[in-house]
Design a binder for this molecule. Structure first.
Ligand code: PSU
Ligand code: MN
Length: 305
């Protein structure tokens, strides 16, 4: 086992018992939601995963270790520390070797989950190809990671802060399958429909697990996107959220926000401009993903590698 990994007692026991484990990212805690709702949601999401028969492993970088499973105090530390670094693939060695506090993105969480032998990872939304990427070159490292690292990522699609069509094209080019659950369409995070189709609709955890196992048994390393739409009663009106996203994008451009700051800036502005209503949607969809992800982890655990 990798010397950088530090398992919580709960996750260590799950590994010995052969129980299914679900990874959770921490950038959603540090940069995706405000305090204290972030910590509260993280706890609730963990409990939903336990209730569905799996063990949650929230991942973060603390004191030079990749922590797989966090204590209450560690969750609180991440949620309440404004200086927690957003850690993607390129940042991981820096944060570990400098013993900084780091919150892992989708890309970094996938890397850590694979090191820890965890096959399923639940989040809210993944990064993607930003609008205007033809001049900015801003394409999230999450997409490269999905093409290389063998972890299934349960999400509610991508926000329309991104170019959803180009994000799906990029995933296709890199051979990353995009599954959908319960509908043929690829969801757009706040809303159930992006106007684009997922590649394959697979509604049951058993079908999803069989698909994922088959991919990996063929020797095709890399991730699978399992896109799960926000529950209808928690979705936002499409016109309202589109207008707000346009405004947030305009402000980011006018203020010259660049690089890794772009996504957190847009997430925070959307929350402010919706007066917190987007936060309620965000929390509802993450919880829904937790249940779908836990069921998938149980099914994959029962599907021989
Ligand atoms: N999209 C969301 N919520 C998030 C993120 C993206 O709807 O919290 C976070 C995730 O951690 C994701 C990261 O991996 O932002 C992508 O950042 P970037 O675009 O800088 O790669
Ligand atoms: Mn970027």
């Amino acid at each position: 086992m990798h010397s950088f990994l530090l398992f919580s007692p709960e996750v260590a026991a799950a590994r010995i018992a052969g129980k299914p484990v679900v990874a959770l990212e921490s950038t959603i805690i540090s940069h995706g939601m405000p305090y204290p709702q972030n910590v509260h949601t993280a706890r609730e999401v963990e409990q939903l995963i336990r209730d569905a028969g799996a063990v949650p492993a929230t991942i973060a970088i603390i004191d030079g270790k990749i922590c797989i499973g966090l204590s209450e105090a560690q969750l609180e530390l991440l949620g309440a520390s404004p200086d927690a670094m957003k850690v993607s693939r390129r940042d991981l060695a820096y944060v570990l070797s400098q013993k900084r506090l780091g919150a892992t993105t989708v890309a970094a969480t996938m890397i850590c989950a694979q090191l820890a032998g965890i096959e399923v990872f639940v989040t809210g939304g993944i990064g993607g190809v930003h609008r205007g990427a033809e001049t900015s070159f801003d394409i999230s490292a999450d997409l490269q990671e999905l093409s290389n690292t063998s972890v299934a990522v349960v999400c509610a699609g991508v926000k329309s802060i991104l170019d959803i069509g180009l994000t799906l094209e990029y995933l296709e080019t890199h051979g990353v399958p995009v599954l959908s659950v319960g509908q043929p369409g690829f969801p757009a995070f706040f809303t159930r429909d992006s106007g684009f189709k997922a590649d394959f609709q697979l509604d049951t955890p058993q079908e999803q697990a069989a698909f994922i196992r088959t991919k990996w048994q063929l020797g095709m390393a890399g991730g699978v996107v399992v896109s799960n739409p926000v529950p209808a009663e928690s979705a936002m009106p499409a016109q309202e959220i589109d207008a707000i996203i346009q405004q947030a994008l305009g402000e980011a451009g006018a203020q010259g926000v660049k690089g890794k700051a772009v996504t957190p800036f847009l997430l925070a502005r959307i929350k402010e401009l919706t007066e917190g209503r987007s936060l309620a949607t965000n929390i509802a969809l993450v919880k829904h993903n937790a249940v779908v992800g836990a069921r998938l982890a149980v099914a994959l655990n029962a599907t021989p590698a």
